[in-house]
Design a binder for this molecule. Structure first.
Ligand SMILES: Cc1cc2nc3c(=O)[nH]c(=O)nc-3n(C[C@H](O)[C@H](O)[C@H](O)COP(=O)(O)O)c2cc1C
Length: 440
């Protein structure tokens, strides 16, 4: 079972920072370092930092301020040794060359532990990027496809071991191992080559976190890990089976694209105590903040609607993202009121919340893996560091004892932890003429 720590330092629960055992917050680099190191001691595959490119006064407390993930990951690279380091970066609001370079640098600094969570950015990032408007959902994914192809191409700029360092002959690097890209496409014009050479894992691991049709298609072609929000076993099984079929249809092995739903564990000595813990957290939720978070996730303003009646029909949003569909489906299937729905979203933003004893939580996780709903989980502690410490102290040892989680790292790179292949070597026999020109 793969394990990721989804690290939101002021807690995943919107009221988590108010928990007596919570430490503040996203500005607290010591807390972030301790959490990453704790996840490494528990032998997690990776730690993941999400991102957003705007902030508002009513944002989730873990998102109202947020240091740049790649910068934080390079700091974490120096204070951890084995754990993978994953971060979000947007294909809508970055340039492929800059991002390929930043990620390759984090991969080099961490000696092969970096991963990129490819997102197209669902919140309107345009306000901070001198653009007239946020591209619509379909266009964002068309841009993303070409963007990822360019980044992958740039990461193939160098064959392994190009450094000659022959002091006598005066040869520093073998430029025959350097390959330009000469990409000219619909959105991007990038010559290459990249000026960063590959890490021991060849290139960063690619993660994709959009669950819509176009999101899944992008994942099937490129992603090695898929993050997703799933509420129940049967929907998660359908998502898992469907995605793996698309991966095979792209000519890839299904085990080279790992599905990791988010999971918020609420651990108690008894189930009753765990339920009381969740209720305690819910009492910390600020109603207007929760409604603002829900409005963003639903792409519709729900403030001012009656809280205790059934959720009214919301006007359709063209090209809406998959989280909206998930939340509306859950609300309809479970007959949730607006108040219940905002609590669900303030707690874990539509990801599943598993409440119970350590054994119940561990059994739930094993069931999802054994029944074809997940290859592992992105663990989302409600608050830090206590929520993580409890999971590590009580749930991880059970998973280890049952043979579902490692007790020691076998390898040094993230690819090795996840059982992912090294990227295929470039087909030098099929080199385009312009690439050969670029050698001289
Ligand atoms: C575990 C997880 C993490 C995500 N992290 C981010 C993130 O950090 N930034 C972001 O803009 N979107 C994030 N997303 C949202 C998706 O990437 C995507 O933008 C959104 O769901 C809309 O695309 P879709 O309709 O294809 O799902 C995340 C989704 C999941 C499931």
């Amino acid at each position: 079972m793969k394990l990721g720590l989804f690290l939101l330092a002021a807690g995943h629960h919107a009221g988590g920072w108010r928990h007596p055992q919570a430490e503040s917050g996203t500005e607290n680099i010591d807390l972030i370092v301790r959490a990453a190191q704790a996840a490494e001691r528990a032998k997690f595959d990776m730690v993941f930092l999400g991102d957003r490119l705007l902030t508002t006064p009513d944002s989730h407390p873990s998102m109202i301020t947020r240091p740049d993930p790649m910068t934080v990951l390079s700091a974490l690279a120096m204070v951890t040794n084995r754990i993978g380091l994953a971060g979000t970066a947007s294909t809508t609001y970055s340039e492929p060359f800059n991002l390929a370079r930043t990620l390759a640098s984090v991969d080099l600094i961490s000696r092969g532990r970096a991963a990129w969570n490819i997102v197209t950015t669902f919140a309107d990032g345009s306000i901070n990027f001198s653009r007239d408007r946020h591209p619509d959902h379909a266009l964002r994914y068309e841009i993303a496809e070409e963007f990822v192809q360019v980044v992958e191409g740039l990461w193939r700029s160098w064959d392994p071991d190009p450094y000659v360092r022959d002091k006598q002959a005066g040869v520093y690097i073998d430029t025959a191992k350097m390959h330009a890209l000469h990409h000219k496409g619909r959105f991007y014009d990038v010559a290459g080559p990249l000026n960063v050479t590959p890490s021991p894992q060849g290139r960063p691991v690619l993660i994709q976190a959009g669950s819509s049709g176009p999101g899944q298609a992008l994942a099937a072609r490129h992603a090695e890990v898929v993050f997703t929000a799933q509420q129940d076993l049967s929907a998660a099984q359908a998502f898992y089976t469907g995605l793996k079929a698309q991966v095979r249809a792209e000519g890839r092995r299904a085990d080279q694209c790992l599905v990791m739903p988010g999971l918020m564990p609420i651990v108690g000595r008894t189930e009753k105590q765990a339920r009381a813990k969740l209720a305690e957290l819910q009492a910390f939720t600020d109603q207007s903040n929760a409604l603002a978070i829900l409005s963003e996730q639903l792409d519709s303003d729900v403030t001012g609607l009656p809280l205790d009646g059934p959720l009214p029909e919301l006007p359709p949003v063209p090209g809406a993202h998959s989280r909206r569909d998930l939340l509306l489906r859950s609300a309809r299937e479970q007959g949730l009121t607006l108040r219940e729905l905002y609590h669900l979203v303030a707690s874990a933003r539509g990801h599943q919340i598993v409440v119970g004893t350590a054994e119940q939580i561990a059994r739930h996780m094993v069931r999802w893996v054994e029944q074809g709903a997940a290859d592992g989980f992105n663990i989302m502690p409600a608050y830090f560091p206590g929520g993580l410490d409890e999971f590590n102290a009580e749930v991880v040892p059970l998973l280890q004892a049952w043979g579902h989680a490692r007790t020691e790292y076998e390898g040094t790179t993230l690819r090795q932890h996840l059982g992912l292949d090294l990227p295929a070597p470039r087909r030098s026999a099929a080199r385009a003429p312009q690439e050969i020109e670029a050698h001289v």
